[in-house]
Design a protein around this ligand. Structure first.
Ligand code: NDP
Ligand code: 8X3
Length: 251
């Protein structure tokens, strides 16, 4: 097995679960994030458990120069990236439009939208050269429907949805697959980040029902990435059984 996956935001949640899932199947993993200690620990665990190769790259996806200097000149053995998962992202705050924090808006746009664009642009030359590749973008149900006080985050995920559609069209001649996975509520560090460390507020998000687990999304990404060459899942909305869309839950 010589397959290579590059996962952004692999220090936690979906990204970490995907690294574990693909590594367990023998894929070599490029894992990225800002928290070096977590990347180093994950690298060691994956190498020891699955005898695969890992490359840990520490950068902030908001930093254009850092993205390109980290990804532009990968060692030869890491250039043949089969799958890129644009997963790094976050929500910050849940406030009505007039009360929302401008810095939170900037960070969400810079991370979820521009960060994804930079990473994709930096990785694409490896895929276009081979006329082969698969880009999996982590959208959200928040990119399909707007909910109250979701303003900046919803806008960022609508943009991710638009970018997935746009990539799918533009990259058609290069035979590059583009899959958008649009999850509903999943219990990761997402809500803790959104509520800026307020663990009890974060916990309330998942009270009264069973949310998705990170491993559910990893399983789905793995399925999408292992379909035959001529098959591409374009757009996949996935929620837990207690959630109908971005707004309606049964608790
Ligand atoms: P987590 O908070 O558990 O993980 C987020 C990951 O993104 C971390 O590895 C973090 O790494 C990385 N990240 C955040 N900001 C940056 C940055 N500026 N540069 C580099 N890496 C960054 O959340 P999830 O796993 O839940 O979220 C993953 C993706 O899934 C996000 O795009 C999120 O919007 C989306 N999503 C989440 C849902 C949920 O309910 N959990 C539902 C729908 C979509 P580090 O801090 O080390 O940089
Ligand atoms: C994360 C899911 O419902 O908090 O994208 O927006 S939600």
């Amino acid at each position: 097995m010589d397959k290579i996956i590059l996962i952004t935001g692999a220090t936690s949640g979906f990204g970490k679960a995907m690294a574990e899932k693909f590594a367990a199947a023998g894929w070599n993993c490029i894992i990225t994030g800002r928290r070096k200690d977590r990347l180093d620990m994950l690298s060691k665990e994956l190498q020891a458990a699955y005898k695969i190769k890992t490359l840990a790259l520490v950068f902030d996806v908001q930093n254009r120069d850092a993205v390109f200097s980290s990804l532009e000149n990968l060692p030869d053995e890491w250039k043949n990236i089969d799958v890129l998962v644009n997963n790094a992202g976050l929500a910050l705050g849940r406030d009505s439009f007039e009360n929302a924090n401008l810095d939170d808006w900037d960070t969400m746009m810079d991370t979820n939208v521009k960060g994804m664009m930079y990473v994709t642009k930096a990785v694409l030359p490896y895929m276009t050269a081979r006329k082969k590749g698969h880009i999996i973008n982590m959208g959200s149900v928040a990119g399909k429907e707007v909910y109250k006080d979701g303003n900046g985050y919803c806008a960022s995920k609508y943009a991710v949805d638009a970018l997935s559609k746009s990539m799918r069209i533009d990259l058609l001649p290069h035979r590059i697959k583009v899959t958008a996975i649009q999850p509903g509520a999943a219990e990761t560090e997402f809500a803790i980040v959104r509520f800026k460390g307020d663990a009890s507020k974060a916990k309330q998000v998942y009270d009264g029902y069973t949310p998705l687990h990170a491993e559910d999304i990893a399983d789905i990404a793995f399925y999408c990435a292992n379909l035959p060459e001529h098959v591409c899942i374009n757009d996949l909305v996935v929620t837990c059984t207690s959630q109908a869309d971005a707004i309606y839950f049964h608790k």
